[in-house]
Design a protein around this ligand. Structure first.
Ligand code: NI
Length: 193
């Protein structure tokens, strides 16, 4: 296992929509090693979530979980979870404001409105289908990490919410529209390269 370098705000990999991870690549040793390294990296920096682009891998892969956490001392415990190609769909229309931070923007916290409840669909680290509800801080983490997969960082989300509200999700998939960014390379390196 290894501690990975975390991309900081300003790096283009954080601004580019990540590509799905093909199901057949999940079991590959390089992918499994990456997942282990992401879990270790998240623990090393006291994170509660980490997305592929944050470790310079532009794939739709997220790890998250909360044990006793110095950065979020009041957060509820959430088991360590690995999500491949997660999709989130808001349930109801309640939103909550709360503080959040990001390992890619050290030393900064901001209030971000998030859906209070959502449904998650994803594959797990063994390719197994996952589907479950999440609420509160758990739902907040998921929205933050899926934003990373969509090339968004929470500061931008906070600004957007002040000016024109959260962007509209499509009810079928929960996916938000993503603007193509001309600065994005056609492909970032594949997992393990
Ligand atoms: Ni983040």
């Amino acid at each position: 296992m290894a501690i990975l370098k975390v991309a900081r705000i300003g790096h283009p990999v954080l601004r580019c929509p990540a590509e799905p991870l093909p199901r057949e690549e999940i079991a590959a040793p390089a992918t499994q090693r990456l997942i282990d390294d992401m879990l270790e990296t998240m623990a090393e920096y006291d994170g509660v979530g980490l997305a592929g682009p944050q470790v310079h891998v532009s794939r739709r892969l997220v790890v998250y979980g909360v044990a006793a956490n110095r950065r979020y001392p009041d957060a509820p415990a959430i088991p360590l979870t690995v999500l491949v190609n997660p999709r989130i769909t808001p349930v109801g229309d309640e939103r909550e404001d709360d503080m959040e931070g990001c390992l890619s923007i050290p030393e900064l916290r901001g209030t971000v409105p998030r859906w209070a409840r959502l449904e998650v669909e994803a594959l797990g680290r063994n390719g197994e289908p996952l589907r479950y509800p999440a609420e509160g801080f758990h739902a907040r983490i998921l929205q933050h990490e899926v934003d990373h997969l969509d090339g968004k960082v929470y500061r931008a989300a906070a600004l957007r919410s002040q000016t024109r509200g959260l962007s509209v999700r499509d009810g079928r998939s929960g996916a938000r529209s993503v603007r193509a960014r001309s600065a994005c390379p056609r492909r970032f390196p594949a997992v393990g390269s």
